[in-house]
Design a binder for this molecule. Sequence first.
Ligand code: NAP
Length: 223
Amino acid sequence: MVSDKTLPVLAILGGTGKEGPGLAMRWAHAGYRIIIGSRQAEKAQATASELNEKLGVTTVQGMENEQAARLADIAVLTVVHTAHQAALEGLREALQGKILVDATARVDFRDPRPPEPPSAGRMAQELLGPGVRVVAAFQNVPAHALKKNLGASMDTDVLICSDDLPAAQQVMALAQAAGMRAYYAGGLDNAVVVEGLTSILISLNKHYGTKTASIAVTGIDSR
Ligand SMILES: NC(=O)c1ccc[n+]([C@@H]2O[C@H](COP(=O)([O-])OP(=O)(O)OC[C@H]3O[C@@H](n4cnc5c(N)ncnc54)[C@H](OP(=O)(O)O)[C@@H]3O)[C@@H](O)[C@H]2O)c1
């Protein structure tokens, strides 16, 4: 797949872990230019090289989170949930004027429980201010599923929450490009429920011995 220069450039901040590279692979495969962000440029470059090699592309770059955020049209936050606030503090200036997609689910894998409100997305919006359009999404999409069968549709739906509907619609297009069904699910305060669903999905994975439990919406014909 050749990159499409008409598509937005995507930065994946904290893109060296599990969820970030999974999302990056799907979008790079769909023709997006990707910048992997990290606290360390060398670590980001190593992940970028790995993804380019796996996908047979040259469109994935790696750099420090702040520079990645500055160069992107849309930034996606996939730092470990305990670093959510600290990571955003350092990126406030770089993110002004952009869409920030927040994939954070504040759930401890060892003891999964739903988090207290406000949602991580609401906290991000408060911290970043009105100059950043925060969209909460992908909190229920398992990293394991992202890396399988690239190019094929995924058996997962994405609930997308934002106070800014046009921004949410841009992120719905990203989810669709990555092979997921996407639904607008209301404002940022609703995203705490979406984070809480991750607690249920982790519990399902533990009980049924799987790694890919996700969610599906019924009753809506979104095609
Ligand atoms: N894993 C999943 O299946 C999944 C599914 C849905 C949503 N999520 C959400 O996606 C996010 C990432 O999950 P993950 O499993 O990919 O996490 P992870 O692998 O544990 O960590 C992701 C990245 O966070 C960065 N990081 C660690 N400590 C940091 C700090 N103090 N400050 C800034 N960055 C720090 C690291 O990047 P550098 O060391 O390179 O800076 C690391 O590679 C979480 O919010 C999680 O709730 C995960």
